[in-house]
Design a protein around this ligand. Structure first.
Ligand SMILES: Nc1nc2c(c(=O)[nH]1)N[C@H]1C(S)=C(S)[C@@H](COP(=O)(O)OP(=O)(O)OC[C@H]3O[C@@H](n4cnc5c(N)ncnc54)[C@H](O)[C@@H]3O)O[C@H]1N2
Ligand code: MOO
Length: 394
């Protein structure tokens, strides 16, 4: 999947995106020697003999707060300048004594402790030097990266734009959650799940729709969406049923429908639709199948469009109980995986059918059972993909 052309975006719009040039610090961090404490800038030699019983008394010759210019201030022998956290150090001072270790005086101050030279001073450039690469190209931007870019003087970052993704659920049986169900109907959940998964990756869900089993309507909708979206995800209608609308509608439009040796997620469709060759991921309708298909096929593609490689958190775990698996298909089982003293312990959830949404949410991981394995015993080693979210129910 080709990566999108880079754009310059304001920092506030960059969370979840990937940088495509090195970010070079425009300023030192800290930008100037400054105080780490509210207190007094002093000369350490002046307070070398100070104690609770015999405090050193210094004359306060000025005050500097954060944002104030200390250029006109000089601390001479026997003198102090009142200083606030983040304020510029005045010339002559080589340490700061925190206010709690003084009497807090305004015209003169009694200091109860000796402080070594350099105490409570944050030197210029201690954290970052101007000109240093602080955020390499290819970094996924998060809250902390945004802070670093801002602090080093960058209002914008060069990133790959958020892919604009349309999510379409298909099926005459689907009813918006909250609306009453007639016999045979169910609440639509896949479009909401897939839209959230898209957003969770840093991509953007620009349309979320649920349509019925009318092939012409679906083709017309995709034709419109493919005029401006970057990717389209459908769910349902890809299997062998008489009303499998996605397959019926899109097979004639360059979308291939295949059976993947995987469970869940056996029936899949993929193709490039319309003149803009927009990728269409036609996922199966069973909710667990749709989720696993997103993880396996869609997430890596969206990451590639955003200019990065999809990284899974893979660990080796040990089965906490047995699990059967279909022959000839790689099973992506759902499990609760926990870290123990002996390593990662893997407990597959009870409901491994493709319709068990509650058990999908109970799981915090996916277990990869190889195609040739039909049974895992307690104690067998397996590959586990830890899911990166914080969804966990009892
Ligand atoms: N004869 C065969 N039947 C089926 C096969 C097969 O090989 N031969 N494969 C099964 C497998 S595996 C899967 S997975 C499903 C995939 O079916 P579809 O992609 O055609 O999906 P639907 O039939 O439309 O729906 C399946 C199931 O999921 C529910 N669903 C659909 N969309 C949503 C939604 N947006 N939100 C919530 N639930 C949804 C739907 O009501 C069905 O229960 O096919 C098997 N059949
Ligand atoms: O592939 Mo289906 O997804 O086994 O339930």
């Amino acid at each position: 999947m080709p990566a999108a052309e880079p754009v310059e975006l304001e920092l506030s719009a960059c969370c979840g995106l990937v940088t495509c040039t090195d970010v070079v610090a425009r300023v030192d961090l800290p930008g100037f020697d400054n105080s780490a404490m509210d207190g007094y800038a002093i000369r350490s030699a002046d307070v070398a003999e100070a104690s609770e019983d015999r405090p050193e008394v210094l004359r306060v010759v000025g005050e500097v707060a954060a944002g104030g210019d200390a250029a006109g201030l000089v601390v001479g022998p026997g003198q102090a300048v009142r200083i606030m956290t983040g304020a510029m150090m005045p010339a002559g001072a080589d340490a700061v004594v925190m206010v709690e270790r003084t009497d807090g005086g305004v015209d003169q101050v009694s200091v109860c402790d000796p402080v070594p030279a350099g105490r409570s001073i944050r030197p210029a450039g201690e954290d970052v030097r101007a000109g240093a690469v602080v955020i390499p190209a290819g970094t996924r931007v998060g809250a902390r990266t945004i802070a670093l870019a801002a602090a080093t003087g960058h209002p914008m970052l060069r990133v790959r734009p958020r892919p604009r993704v349309a999510v379409i659920s298909t099926g005459d049986e689907l009813i918006e959650p909250g609306r009453p169900l007639r016999p045979g109907q169910i609440h639509e959940s896949n479009s909401l799940m897939l839209a959230a998964a898209v957003e969770g990756m840093g991509a953007q869900t620009v349309e979320r729709l649920s349509v019925g089993d009318d092939p012409d309507e679906l083709v017309a909708l995709l034709t419109t969406l493919a005029g401006w979206c970057d990717a389209i995800i459908t769910s349902g209608g890809v299997s062998m049923g008489a009303y499998d609308v996605v397959k019926a509608a899109l097979a004639a439009h360059g979308v291939d429908f295949v059976q993947v040796a995987m469970q869940p997620g056996k029936p899949q469709g993929f193709g490039l639709f319309g003149p803009r060759r927009v990728p269409v991921f036609a996922l199966p309708g069973n909710p667990v199948s749709a989720f696993v298909s997103f993880e396996v096929f869609v997430a890596p593609a969206l990451d590639a469009m955003m200019g990065t490689t999809h990284e899974r958190r893979i660990v080796r775990g040990v089965m906490g109980h047995e699990l059967t698996s279909p022959a000839g298909r790689t099973q992506i089982a759902r499990a609760v995986t926990s870290r123990t003293d002996a390593g990662w312990l893997v407990d597959p959830v009870v409901g491994q059918g493709s319709h068990f949404i509650h058990d999908l949410v109970r799981a915090n991981s996916l277990v990869v059972v190889p195609e040739a394995t039909t049974r895992l015993e307690t104690g067998d080693e397996v590959e586990v993909w830890l899911l990166g979210d914080r969804e966990l129910t009892a």
